[in-house]
Design a protein around this ligand. Structure first.
Ligand SMILES: Cc1cc2nc3c(=O)[nH]c(=O)nc-3n(C[C@H](O)[C@H](O)[C@H](O)COP(=O)(O)OP(=O)(O)OC[C@H]3O[C@@H](n4cnc5c(N)ncnc54)[C@H](O)[C@@H]3O)c2cc1C
Length: 648
């Protein structure tokens, strides 16, 4: 009997199981049995991030119809396609999909019944879907593959490249000894870095509240008093979650009055002062579908373009070499939708525009001239620099002036994102996502310079992408507006600085957006997810392996720059763990997959019909595992046969 342990049974571990089920008939010999141990302290399927036990105020930032765990006709996986329902399809027809267990919670059942395809579900709804996906993956396994779920944490792993692997569990239960290991550990916390540790020490000394980067659903917020002045540093999804928990979660209530949303405080909310580098919230997700035909992507940043980039001599730079092509691709998605869905707002026929667009670089002055002629309204033109830093260069003479400006900005963004007349924004969004089909090839080549990988890819690009494409549902911006009008949320501005002021024992915020203005607060939250940092990881298994020198951080170094990504180094494609103890070679029995590795795929659920890279990764990994298991089985059989002969 062969054996495999999957450590981490969240969406990745579950997706991998689904691919093992799909590929087993082809790659696991008919006489070979396989036992899989799934280890996770949280329920399998949902795992930690999507577990059912979390506040119903926390939502997905994806529409129900945009989330799937199943391959479809667009998937270019090597293994067999196994179509299945998206979250929306599943929720609409749950009873059809065996093996379905009706949700025990009446509130959840009601939400499933009412869920529309373009709704942004609660995380608990996604939890129910993932639970079902897991059950289905189990049911799809051939009888010779069996599974044991261990509700436990893996804390150590032993085993050389030629040896079975032994997993030690936190509960002290019997060790698991298996042929192969996969680490699908997902999003991991890190101990505070020096700066956060110093702030925590300052807060403790002055009896102040401080929350370092954390998973919002797990944050302990009861130490923040009603009416307390609180600074939130960060304006992304963590801000949205934390604000929901600190307002509605404390008994406040939103009321729709005509076309306005009004917030009625409970009196238990703190006063939330929010700022960040940009000083504005992430753009919300659009709440509609494309109005024209989908753009045939990729056009400018496809496999051939990436190969051409790689053929250039010398190190590559993301912004200098790849970004102009990426920008042109996003522009293509944007203008394709504008010209097809809203031709009355364009001044030349699409084929003429495209013929000229094809020939020009994104930053060529002639391209700006072409767009100016073809798209008369400046509000219909795509300007990344303006989108990226909307407060740059703006100075306000008073905090009230800034509040007024931000409220108008948020109102206009919320209106635009809800209005299908601006569906070109969705065209741009889809083209942005399509870039993730090609980026892994560029990264795996190792040709991006260390500086560019650190400051441009992991820095600027990830931030810009999240700001544009990974924002909250539109209703969150309306809620933010209502909270700002109620005085519960106050805006601090761009390039936020927060000092620990020893004299007053408070956190003091300032921003060049309102020169000279300072806000003192007695509580501070770093409102963003913990950054993966292998050296400071809170995961006991990774920490143990790191201490033992059996895994390596992905560090990119070249002349003049060293970039420490904090991620676990694995081989491209199949994700074999690189083991310094083996001279940096892949450990043949250990694989890792997901956001804690330098596989760096787009960390979100797959969208239907987009040939999602995550499925390709899962499929390649499942196939490599099955091949390794069957090769070892063949060898063991031959050795077993040899032994029998020798004895007889
Ligand atoms: C807060 C948050 C919200 C998100 N919202 C969205 C969204 O709305 N839409 C979208 O498309 N994407 C979203 N994403 C992104 C995407 O859904 C996640 O990336 C997804 O959860 C990744 O799945 P995973 O299995 O790789 O990681 P996880 O979901 O983190 O699962 C990993 C599992 O490994 C387990 N584990 C870790 N260490 C051990 C150990 N030592 N022993 C045993 N088990 C272990 C954990 O308990 C966990 O259950 C979100 C991500 C986060 C963090």
């Amino acid at each position: 009997m062969s054996s495999l342990a999957i450590i981490g049974a969240g969406p990745r571990g579950t997706g991998l199981l689904e691919r093992i089920a799909a590929n087993a008939a082809e790659l696991l010999p008919a006489d070979q049995r396989l036992h899989i141990h799934l280890v996770d302290p949280y329920p399998p399927g949902a795992g930690r991030i999507w577990r059912y036990r979390q506040s119903p105020l926390l939502r997905m930032n994806s529409m129900a119809e945009d989330v799937t765990m199943f391959t479809d006709h667009s998937s270019t996986v090597e293994g067999p396609l196994r179509p299945g329902p998206s979250l929306a399809e599943w929720a609409a027809r749950t009873a059809e999909f065996a093996p379905y267990q009706p949700a025990a919670d009446a509130g959840l059942r009601a939400e499933l019944e009412a869920l529309g395809p373009t709704d942004f579900p609660t995380r608990r709804v996604q939890s129910a879907y993932l639970d079902w996906v897991f059950r289905r993956a189990l049911a799809d396994l051939p009888a010779r593959i069996t599974v044991t779920v261990h509700q436990d944490t893996a804390i150590a792993l032993e085993g050389g490249p030629d040896d079975p692997q032994t997993v030690h569990l936190a509960s002290g239960a019997t060790d698991l000894t298996v042929d192969q290991i996969v680490l699908t550990l997902g999003h991991l916390g890190s101990r505070p870095d020096e700066q956060h540790a110093a702030t925590a020490e300052f807060a403790a000394r002055h009896g102040r509240f401080h929350l370092p980067p954390a998973f919002s659903s797990e944050a302990e917020l009861s130490g923040i008093a009603p009416g307390e002045q609180l600074i939130l540093r960060g304006f992304g999804l963590a801000f949205v979650d934390l604000t929901a928990l600190l307002t509605e979660g404390r008994g406040g209530r939103f009321e729709t009055r005509g076309d306005r949303l009004v917030y009625h405080p409970s009196g238990r909310e703190p006063v939330i002062h929010v700022g960040s580098r940009r000083g504005v919230p992430y753009h919300s997700k659009t709440g509609y579908r494309l109005q024209g035909p989908p753009a045939p992507l990729p056009r400018y940043f496809g496999p051939a373009a990436v190969e051409q980039l790689l053929a250039r001599p010398g190190p590559l730079e993301l912004r200098r070499d790849a970004w102009p092509l990426m920008a042109k691709e996003i522009g293509f998605g944007y203008y394709h939708e504008l010209f097809h869905a809203h031709p009355e707002r364009t001044a030349v026929p699409w084929p003429d525009f495209l013929a000229a667009y094809d020939r020009l670089d994104w930053y060529a002055p002639d391209l700006a001239a072409l767009v100016a002629t073809a798209v008369p309204d400046p509000a219909d033109r795509l300007d990344f620099e303006q989108l990226d830093r909307p407060l740059t260069g703006l100075r306000f003479s008073s905090p009230e002036e800034l509040q007024h400006h931000l409220r108008a900005y948020i109102r206009s963004d919320a209106d635009r994102r809800a209005d299908p007349a601006h569906s070109a924004d969705l065209g741009a969004f889809l083209a942005l996502l399509s870039l993730y089909g090609q980026l892994p090839r560029l990264l795996a080549s190792g040709r991006l310079s260390a500086r560019s990988t650190g400051t441009e890819l992991d820095g600027w690009w990830q931030g810009f992408f999240s700001f544009l494409a990974s924002g909250p549902p539109g209703f969150r911006l309306r809620e933010l507006l209502a909270l700002a009008e109620a005085g519960v949320v106050r805006f601090l501005g761009a390039d936020l600085a927060v000092e620990n002021d020893e004299a007053s024992g408070t956190f003091v915020a300032s921003s060049p957006s309102v020169p000279g203005h300072r806000v003192a607060a007695t509580a501070l939250i770093e409102a963003y997810l913990p950054r993966h940092a292998l050296e400071r990881t809170e995961d006991p298994l990774l920490a143990a392996l790191h201490r033992a020198g059996e895994l390596a951080e992905d560090v990119i170094a070249d002349t003049g720059h060293v970039h420490r990504s904090g991620l676990l180094a694995v081989t491209p494609g199949e994700g074999a763990v690189l083991d310094p103890g083996l001279g940096g070679l892949p450990h043949p029995r250990r694989t890792a997959l997901g956001p804690h590795t330098n596989g760096r795929s787009y960390a979100a659920f797959a969208r239907p019909r987009t040939d999602a890279p995550a499925f390709r990764q899962n499929d390649a990994t499942a196939r490599a595992l099955l091949r390794a298991l069957s090769a070892r089985h063949g060898r063991d059989d031959r050795m077993g046969a040899g032994l029998t002969t020798a004895r007889s």
